[in-house]
Design a protein. Structure first.
Length: 388
C-alpha cells in the first residue's frame, strides 16, 4: 500500500530534517559513544570489524562491519554486511550487500540492489531500488522520489512526502495575475480584494497544514516513541507538567550559561535542535492523548491508526482556533482557550519526553504502592493421639 502526502514548502523539509537529526542523535547516543574519524574507512574482504564507525570521509565495506556505520558527507559503498544501522549525511549510498538495521540518508541519493532488514529513510534524497533489492521494513521519503525496478521485494509500506505542490501552484497564480491585468480595469479592485482575502486564507490553511504534516512525521518514523510519550502523559500527568515547566524555566539560564562560556557556544544550536525535536515529539504524544479523551467524552471508539489519532488531536485544536478567528466579538475566547491548551500540551510533552528519554525508556506508572500480603500463619497442628 502506498501513501502519498503533499507538503507546502522547502522550509518544511529543513525543519523536519533538523528534528529527525536531533531525535536520531538522542536515540543513537542513548547507550553508545562514537569517536569521529577524519579518514576513509575500508573493511576488506574476509575482514570483520567489531566497532561502530563514524567518519567524515568515505566508507567501503566489503567484509563484515559488526556495528553502526555513519558517514558525514562521504560516499558509502556496502558490498559486504553491516550488522547495525547505516546513516549517511550528505553522501550517496550504494548498497549491494546487506544492512541488518535501518538505512537513513539525508541529502544524498540511495541506490540499492541488496538487503535492508530494517527501515529505509531518505530525506531530501532520491531512492533507486534496483532489481534484486529487498526491504523488509518501511520506506519513507521526504522531498525525493522513489524509483522501483523489477524483482524488488518490499515487505513494508511506502510513505512519500512530496514537496512539489508549490512548483505547480505558483505558476498557476502567476498566469491568473497576468490575465487579470490584461482584463477590464473595473474588475481590478474586487479581484484585488478577493485575491488578498484568498491569499490570507491560503496562508492560514498552509500554516495548519504545515503543523499537521510536521506532527505526522514522528508518527511515521518513530511510532514507538510517540506511543511511549502518550503513555507517560496518561500515567504521570502532573509529573510531566511539572517537569515541562521546569525545562521551560531553565531554558533561558542554560542558554545564557552556554553563551558566556567558550566551550558552550557551539552547543547552543544542538541544544535548540534537540529542544525543537522534543517539542515536536511531545506535542505529537499530547495529540494522541487529546484524541482518546475526546472520543471517550462522546462515547465513540477512537481511530486505531496512530497517524489518525495524531491528526484528529491536532485538528480539534486547529478547528477551535480557526472558528475563533471567524466568530466576531467572543471568538477571541475560543482562540485563547486553544492557545492555552497548546501551551499546556507542549509542557506536558516536554516533561514526558524527558521522563522517557525521547520515548526510548519504559513508562512506569506512579500509583499507591500496595504492600505484599504476608503469608498466612499455619494452623496449629492437632496434638498427636497416643494409643491406649
Amino acid at each position: 500500500m502506498k501513501t502519498k502526502i503533499s507538503g507546502k514548502s522547502l522550509l518544511l523539509a529543513c525543519m523536519i530534517t533538523f528534528a529527525l537529526l536531533a531525535a536520531g542523535h538522542a536515540r543513537w547516543s542513548n547507550s553508545k559513544n562514537y569517536d569521529l574519524r577524519r579518514s576513509d574507512v575500508v573493511v576488506e574482504k574476509d575482514e570483520t570489524v567489531r566497532e561502530d564507525v563514524v567518519t567524515e570521509k568515505a566508507i567501503t565495506v566489503i567484509g563484515t562491519l559488526q556495528g553502526d556505520c555513519v558517514s558525514l558527507g562521504g560516499l558509502v559503498d556496502v558490498k559486504g554486511k553491516v550488522t547495525g544501522d547505516l546513516v549517511s549525511l550528505g553522501g550517496p549510498v550504494n548498497l549491494s550487500g546487506s544492512v541488518q538495521g535501518d538505512l537513513v540518508s539525508i541529502g544524498a541519493s540511495v541506490e540499492t540492489s541488496g538487503l535492508i532488514k530494517g527501515d529505509l529513510v531518505a530525506i531530501g534524497a532520491n531512492v533507486s531500488l534496483k532489481p534484486g533489492a529487498t526491504v523488509q521494513g518501511e520506506i519513507s521519503s521526504i522531498g525525493g522520489r522513489i524509483e522501483q525496478g523489477d524483482r524488488v521485494i518490499l515487505q513494508g509500506r511506502i510513505n512519500n512526502v512530496n514537496l512539489n505542490l508549490l512548483k505547480r501552484l505558483v505558476p498557476s497564480l502567476m498566469r491568473f495575475t497576468n490575465e487579470t491585468h490584461r482584463g477590464d480595469n473595473s474588475l481590478r479592485g474586487p479581484l484585488l480584494f478577493g485575491g488578498l482575502l484568498g491569499a490570507g486564507l491560503l496562508v492560514l490553511c498552509s500554516l495548519f497544514l504545515l503543523g499537521a504534516v510536521m506532527l505526522v512525521v514522528p508518527a511515521i518514523f518513530f511510532p514507538r516513541n510517540v506511543e511511549a510519550v502518550s503513555r507517560e502523559i496518561t500515567a504521570n500527568f502532573w509529573k510531566s507538567a511539572g517537569i515541562g515547566a521546569l525545562i521551560v524555566m531553565a531554558l533561558f539560564p542554560a542558554l545564557l550559561l552556554m553563551a558566556i562560556s567558550i566551550l558552550g557556544i557551539p552547543l547552543i544550536p544542538l541544544a535548540l535542535l534537540v529542544l525543537a525535536a522534543a517539542k515536536l515529539l511531545g506535542f505529537c504524544g499530547f495529540s494522541v492523548v487529546l484524541t482518546k479523551r475526546f472520543f471517550e467524552g462522546i462515547k465513540r471508539p477512537a481511530p486505531a491508526p496512530l497517524i489518525a489519532q495524531v491528526c484528529v488531536g491536532y485538528l480539534l485544536l486547529a478547528v477551535a482556533i480557526f472558528i475563533g478567528h471567524a466568530v466576531p466579538l467572543l471568538g477571541w475566547l475560543l482562540v485563547l482557550a486553544g492557545l492555552i491548551i497548546i501551551a499546556f500540551g507542549v509542557l506536558l510533552g516536554l516533561g514526558a519526553v524527558w521522563s522517557t528519554k525521547m520515548g526510548t525508556a519504559a513508562v512506569i506508572a506512579q500509583g499507591p504502592q500496595v504492600p505484599p500480603a504476608s503469608p498466612a500463619a499455619p494452623a496449629n497442628p492437632a496434638p498427636p493421639v497416643t494409643p491406649a
